[in-house]
Design a binder for this molecule. Structure first.
Ligand SMILES: Nc1ncnc2c1ncn2[C@@H]1O[C@H](COP(=O)(O)OP(=O)(O)OP(=O)(O)O)[C@@H](O)[C@H]1O
Length: 268
């Protein structure tokens, strides 16, 4: 098996006020996986995600992205490899036009002229927003802005796409359209979500974080049908939702996963 795209080992983090948010987290994500990161409020999901591209630095342990350690001297390359789409698209969109926002990252990497334009068009096409390229982002709907935020990250051709609550504040049609887009991408995905049906629909594997520790890691369907595990870790499916009613999610885009399918559920 190849080097994991994401290799988190023994990661611990205490905030300056002394609050210990992560305790020895291990997480290995291989190329072609789509993994849901689940857990109740305050579990440490955001804290973990902020370590993946060096916004926060580890108190103990390590994070490697395709073998590259997340360290100050590597941050530029780490941030190209790990694309984070934050929950609020307005944290990511600040230019006069959609095109300029999507061009910002690749232009910083040195792309110019037709190469840059092709990159921007490619990313906007992937999210179905090419026809909006010349519009100001603040004229777009929330769902459209979220798609543009995804495009700004895809334009960097990341090795892993990290999404923080991608389905939040979307109407049912936009939620489904975004799921279709994500399913079609040829990129490894780590998705933080409280939307358990969305996790089940998109991610064959789920990792549950609770009180700063990984408490389960395995097949999403197996996890979400384990009522004792769900109760213990404050995870609740919407009333009347039956996980068996959804087909198991298929592989990522055209990527052939270089890992076996998740089967085991581990418990702390
Ligand atoms: N800047 C900070 N200073 C001190 N403690 C913090 C800070 N940010 C987060 N925490 C604490 O760290 C713990 C983990 O928070 P985190 O935001 O990572 O959880 P989360 O799983 O993302 O939660 P949610 O689902 O509510 O977004 C919480 O107890 C939180 O109060």
């Amino acid at each position: 098996m190849s080097v994991p795209v994401l290799d988190v080992r023994g990661l611990a983090h205490a905030y300056p006020d002394g609050h210990q948010a992560l305790f020895g987290v291990d997480l290995h994500v291989h190329r072609g996986e789509r993994v849901a990161l689940l857990g109740p409020n305050g579990a440490g999901k955001t804290t973990l995600v902020l370590h993946l591209n060096g916004i926060l630095t580890a108190g103990a342990g390590s994070v490697h992205v395709s073998g590259l350690p997340v360290e100050k001297k590597n941050l530029k390359e780490v941030r190209r490899r790990v694309g984070i789409v934050f929950q609020d698209p307005d944290d990511q969109l600040f230019s006069a036009t959609v095109r300029d926002d999507v061009a910002f990252g690749p232009a910083n990497l040195g792309l110019r002229g037709p190469e840059l334009e092709a990159c921007v068009r490619g990313a906007l096409t992937q999210v179905g927003m090419l026809e909006h390229a010349d519009r100001p982002p603040h004229h777009l709907s929330f769902g459209q802005r979220r798609r543009v935020a995804v495009a700004t990250v895809l334009a960097m051709q990341p090795e892993i796409l990290v999404l923080d609550e991608p389905s939040s504040n979307l109407d049912p049609a936009s939620r489904r359209e975004l799921a279709d887009i994500l399913r079609g991408l040829d990129v490894t995905v780590l998705m933080v979500t409280h939307d358990l049906p969305y996790a089940l629909e998109l991610c064959p594997r789920a990792v549950v974080l609770h009180d700063g520790q990984v408490v389960a890691d395995g097949d999403t369907h197996d996890l979400l049908t384990d009522t004792e595990l769900m109760r213990r870790h404050r995870l609740e499916l919407p009333f009347g939702f039956d996980p068996a009613a959804l087909p198991r999610p298929g592989p990522v885009g055209n990527v052939t996963p270089d890992h076996p399918p998740p089967t085991r559920v581990q418990r702390a």
